[in-house]
Write a protein that binds this ligand. Structure first.
Ligand code: 9Z3
Length: 369
């Protein structure tokens, strides 16, 4: 962990947040599962590293009995995919995810883009159900990895829905992971809302649309709904300085849409929170490139080669390279050619990160020797 640079007001704001907003109902049961998970791995394989992957969007409810909420785009692809590669790289994984977002392994066969029914066939009039021939090889690989993770108790799935639930869960899990020390890694890929409605200003019941029924959230006398949101406290400070295990590695993500801002905002976050690494990504290129921004001023781009880029409906290939500030000496992959099998960028990110985590562990062991 870096030396203490806790900004008193930010830390206090986070603590006040926990005093004034209710914890999730499932918190105690999630913590019991996490304690058991940490203890099991700590005792049976003491050298095993553990990563907390956060994944998916966070909702901001407008009513206590929630009918409406504000949300964001994240489907949890980054988190779910990364969790699989962490498992491949020998980590035990706590997967803190937005409920109903993508999950490791089942992500290959879920939601509308990969509907599981499309992978199956009826097997004759009286027969059972089979996986279509062309999908069998891949499904067998996915199944093998899934069974391995399950049988070895390497994956703990914990869901949340709202931004408040997310923060309570994150704090609790970080504290529970303390026995893992420098072997613990925090990989914060969830898209966390910057704004919320505090408990004391939240409507209990569904906000009414009629003119004569404006309440604390909506205001004014027109039929408009005006929502007044407070900033979510900057919790990264608290995670780095007090919740996370001593010596652990904290990696956050930075998402931007403006290429001119990405690297500067990643550097600013590192300066402010004094953690280990920010992985920057642009909304339109996030499946094909990311940048590792380090505290020594490093800007290291990781890119899927052109011929291995899977198509993406929302992605814009022409934006690749536009956020790069320090042009590194690297092989620029300009040649066209037919796309062979698509490559997931997480297959490049995670081994690199596992290496950096190992180096960080060595450094911290030397520092404390
Ligand atoms: C990310 O940047 C993730 O990579 C994505 C993944 C959300 C873009 P998908 O789910 O998308 O694969 O579709 N996460 C953003 C993390 C974030 O919100 N960071 C906050 C910040 O930068 C706090 S740590 O302020």
């Amino acid at each position: 962990m870096p030396p203490s640079t806790t900004n008193g007001t930010a830390a206090d704001a986070a603590e006040e947040y926990f005093q004034t907003n209710p914890p999730p109902k499932a918190l105690a049961s999630h913590q019991a599962l996490a304690r058991e998970f940490v203890q099991y791995h700590h005792e049976t394989s003491p050298g095993r590293r553990m990563v907390l992957v956060t994944s998916g969007g966070t909702t901001v409810p407008l009513e206590n009995q929630t009918v409406r909420f504000i949300d964001n785009f994240s489907a949890g692809t980054r988190g779910a995919t990364s969790a699989e590669y962490f498992l491949k790289n020998g980590y035990a994984v706590i997967f803190l995810h937005r409920q109903f977002s993508l999950l490791p392994y089942s992500r290959h066969y879920s939601h509308s883009t990969n509907c599981f029914l499309d992978f199956m066939d009826e097997d004759g009039p009286e027969g059972g159900v089979v996986v279509r021939k062309e999908y069998q090889e891949k499904m067998r690989r996915v199944l093998e990895e899934y069974h391995y993770a399950k049988q070895n108790r390497l994956l703990l799935l914990l869901p949340f829905t709202t931004v408040t639930e997310y923060l309570f869960e994150l704090r609790g899990l970080a504290e529970i992971m303390r026995p893992i020390g420098s072997g613990a890694l925090f990989y914060l890929a969830a898209a966390v809302s910057d704004f919320f409605i505090p408990r004391e200003r939240m409507e209990e019941h569904k906000i009414q649309s009629r003119e004569d029924n404006t309440g604390g959230v909506g205001s004014g006398n027109s039929r408009q709904l005006v929502i007044n949101l407070d900033p979510v406290p900057k919790f990264l400070n608290n995670l780095v300085q007090s919740w996370a295990p001593t010596g652990s590695m904290v990696v956050s993500f930075k998402l931007e849409t403006d290429p001119n801002l990405l690297v500067a905002k990643a550097e600013q976050a590192l300066q402010r929170y004094q953690h280990d690494l920010v992985i920057g990504n642009l909304l339109t290129t996030r499946k094909w490139e990311v940048v590792f921004v380090t505290r020594d001023g490093g800007e290291h781009w990781i890119r899927v080669p052109k011929t291995r880029r899977s198509k993406s409906f929302s992605g814009i290939e022409a934006d690749i390279g536009t956020a790069e500030r320090k042009h590194e000496e690297h092989h620029v992959d300009l040649e066209g050619g037919k796309v062979t099998e698509g490559m997931e960028i997480e297959s490049l990110i995670i081994p690199e990160l596992a290496y950096l985590h190992g180096e960080t562990m060595k450094q911290r062991a030397e520092q404390s020797a």
